[in-house]
Design a protein around this ligand. Structure first.
Ligand code: ZN
Length: 391
């Protein structure tokens, strides 16, 4: 019996140190604690079995789904496990993986290709085990994926004085991450957000396109990649940040629209709550707003496949939305999008919408039925997409 206890203790220490080595610095750090607890539970059994033969080799549990962070110096990428690498992917890029072969992880590149990396060449973050059902989520365990729309030669919409949507989207996304990763007090009457502890920080926020990556975060991403990151991370919510072009109407207030994933329950409620908060945030900006004929929470269905028209929403496993906050093609709205005040108001609106969605059962409003949609969304062809290489 004492031998067995000693073996168990040794095993526990080995496991704890093995997991600590896998813990990633930064926002994913808190995730490592959960993983360590799970690892101890599963591997102690192994230790008891091996006690009879007095061998105490304890393998860390295999993580089958999660995120692989490309560390400083980049990570070699292979067409299959083994052989010579095809190239070295740039440091600071986030990869999702959903399968493994021994010590090899099957990832999806930023250009949507399935490829392989060695487990030892990346920093692993296991998939989140979930923070509860929408409405009753423990915020401190929640994982959010924020997707700044477009990047690199895929500029998105461009304003009359030259502001690119990709730049505004990233700036707003960074502010949203800052909000989500700190605790606050929120005055739900006025919408005012202040330092405090009634709304805890979420566990992890992952940006699909991050200034830690190449070119200060200005790089191209495929749509499948963006959803794959959220699915691999086990995100509770996926929010893609955009701004619109070519208005068709003169609404009384802001012409914000939020598109929901038709195929995922509760996405419409998320879209609606974010839309409500956008109107509240933007109403203090006194301009002649432009918009479309249908305002509020919307969804588009591809009649050929009878699924979501937007690829990022179609592939998402969790409540997912595309936010179109303002019309960058309009001079007045482009001017707002250049300002810190408007970017912060946009980020705060999405923040409040996400918090209400996760932690309350509040119903949405202005939820439009799905529209049949056949136009081309105008995304840059993925055929010429280049995965950023480490110089
Ligand atoms: Zn866009």
């Amino acid at each position: 019996m004492p031998v067995r206890i000693a073996v168990l203790l040794t095993a526990l220490l080995l496991v704890i140190s093995a997991c600590a080595a896998e813990t990633v610095v930064g926002q994913g750090a808190a995730r490592g604690v959960d993983a360590t607890v799970a690892a101890i539970v599963t591997t102690t059994t192994v230790a008891v079995v091996s006690a009879s033969t007095t061998t105490t080799t304890v393998e860390p549990p295999e993580v089958r789904i999660g995120l692989a962070l490309v560390p400083a110096g980049g990570t070699p990428v292979f067409a299959q496990p083994g052989g010579d690498p095809e190239y070295t992917i740039h440091e600071g890029i986030l990869l999702g993986f959903d399968d493994r072969d021994g010590r090899w992880l099957e990832v999806m590149t930023t250009c949507n290709e399935p490829m392989w990396v060695r487990e030892s060449d990346v920093d692993l973050v296991p998939r989140s085990r979930g923070a509860g059902s929408p409405g009753t989520v423990d915020l401190s365990k929640a994982t959010i994926v924020v997707d700044p729309g477009h990047g690199d030669r895929d500029w998105g919409g461009v304003g009359p004085s030259g502001l690119a949507e990709k730049e505004a989207n990233l700036a707003i996304s960074l502010r949203l991450r800052t909000l989500l990763t700190a605790s606050h007090d929120v005055n739900w009457e006025s919408g005012l957000i202040a330092p405090g502890d009634t709304v805890p920080a979420v566990d992890a926020v992952w940006l699909t396109r991050d200034p830690d990556g190449p070119n200060q975060g200005d790089y191209e991403l495929g749509l499948a990649y963006r959803s794959h990151i959220a699915n691999s991370a086990g995100a509770d919510v996926l929010v893609s940040i955009h701004n619109n072009t070519v208005p068709t109407a003169d609404p009384v207030g802001p012409g914000s629209e939020v598109f929901y994933a038709w195929s995922v329950d509760d996405s419409d409620r998320l879209a609606s709550l974010i839309h409500q908060e956008l109107l509240r945030s933007f109403e203090s900006f006194d301009i002649d707003w432009k918009g479309g004929l249908i305002l509020g929470a919307r969804s588009r269905i591809d009649p050929e496949t009878d699924t979501d028209y937007y690829g990022i929403l179609r592939r998402a496993d969790m409540p997912a939305v595309i936010v179109e906050g303002a019309y960058i093609s309009e001079p007045a709205e482009e001017e707002l999008l250049r300002t810190d005040a408007f970017r912060q108001a946009y980020a705060e609106a999405v923040y409040r919408g996400i918090i209400r969605f996760l932690s309350t059962a509040e119903e949405g409003e202005r939820i439009n039925d799905p529209e049949v949609f056949t136009s081309d969304a105008g995304t840059v062809s993925s055929a010429a997409c280049q995965v950023p290489r480490q110089p």
